[in-house]
Design a protein around this ligand. Sequence first.
Ligand SMILES: [Zn+2]
Length: 435
Amino acid sequence: MESTAVTEVVGICRDLLRIDTTNTGDQRTTVGERVAAEYVATKLGEVGVQAEIYESAPRRANLVARIPGADPSRGALLLHGHLDVVPADASEWSVPPFAGEIKDGYLWGRGAIDMKDMDAMMLAVVRDWKRTGYVPPRDVVVCYTADEEAGMEYGSQWLVQNHPEEFEGCTEAIGEVGGYSYTVSDDLRLYLVQTAEKGLDWLQLHATGRPGHGSFMHDDNAVTALAEAVAAVGRHRFPIVVTPTVRRFLQEVGDALGIEIDPDDPEIAVAKLGPIANLIGATIRNTANPTRLEAGYKDNVIPGKASATIDCRTLPGQEDNFLAELRGLIGPDIEIEHKHRQPPVETAFEGSLVDAMAAALRAEDPAARTIPYMMSGGTDAKAFATLGIHCFGFAPLRLPPDLNFASLFHGIDERVPVEGLEFGVRVLDRLLRTS
Ligand SMILES: [Zn+2]
């Protein structure tokens, strides 16, 4: 049988799942990314595509390849996928997480939907083009990254800082998390396209006081001051702010489901949205969750310093408002240190690429309707957006109506429907041929 993107995609995804690319967050134990990047390079090499592998640190491998298009004067399209996965505890799974088993119509394994499915689709499509001599309308840059799951420092962030030349001319990018279906009825499936991501700001609050003995009267205690600030932040609800992406999402969803949603007061309506509610509940306001506390070294010593980590997620355009509000909560005496910051990103849901996504989906699923949404988490798109590239989450998958897709991300028994994967590669191929 002649190989095509559709006949190859499941096998490629399976091969990738069998390469353990667990990102432990520790350099010494995160080693699989190099093996996976070499696998991709070999698969590209077989069809004559030369790929460059860049290591940001030993065995932290990133891969980039460019497929020349018919019209070099047009902006290039970036396709990106991360090769690393989060850890999996085999004792919790019903199949070994790195065996790539196929059963009950699913391909099982850590990374099956996050995001070796898309990694495999990208590879299958490019191989198919090269085998058949097809030239895409414009340059396509294919990029596989390390370290998406632990801060992107050794992956996309490193790449855009050290090798921006690889992305020269790229105007738009396609990566995770979007393009999957949510079934409303037999003749209506919503496909969510990610067009925005909240920013992240991991900050530390530092309180200082007078150190002293725990047996004395003491009114300048750093632990007390910090605890008050942490409690104030943790109990606070930031106000609702509806950004353009979320407004459009609410309008479209309300329309599709036939429910009335007031975009300026969406909270009541959001609660009615069922599984979709989880997706967007955190995208209508800024959030700040205390995650770590550090203070003291002895039971009877009042320490001079205490600190807390707050995981803050900010909406596009809201970073300054957010910080002012936070300052108001903690008072003037607590110091704020930004440990790690990535600004929010938002791209308009319009233009020829967006139209091509809708058309490619409808060609394979006449019940498809695309809608934009904002992610509360972050992806490699944040790094690529710093180069001025418009980023979309679109890893197409048609899902069975009863599958709780969101719970599979970083979840136990992560798996992708085999048919969904074949559907996805057909949609991706159509999209790339028409955009
Ligand atoms: Zn991912």
